[in-house]
Design a protein around this ligand. Sequence first.
Ligand code: 5GP
Length: 120
Amino acid sequence: GTGPYDPDNIFAKILHGDIPCNKVFENEWVLAFHDIAPKAPVHVIIIPKKPYVSFIDFSKNAAPEEISALMQSTGHIAAELNLNEAGYRIITNAGQNAGQEVPHFHLHLLGGKALPPFPV
Ligand code: 5GP
């Protein structure tokens, strides 16, 4: 969660168009796409375009406009996917204890059913 950024990680390859994704949303700062192994009927991955290893890195080093872009994009995506009425969950795994698998900071947006009690 805190080491150097690996430019060959899978989300970097998606960002650069080297491997495909099922895109949900994109703007100057953010890309969002469906998770390849969804844990709920809606499972979207939302990432900053700039290279941050995890929330630890992002929260320390991202510019305020980048942080607000990520948060506002996430809210916009949830609304567009009609999740607001029933509600949804946002998760980020930061580092080893959380089981973070992909070392490019990302939010998981989960919804579309009643989710199991936290943690999921
Ligand atoms: P983490 O454990 O790092 O928080 O979550 C990584 C997520 O990325 C997992 O939910 C996994 O299913 C998803 N994932 C891994 N590889 C790919 C991929 O190549 N494409 C997409 N769309 N999702 C992926």
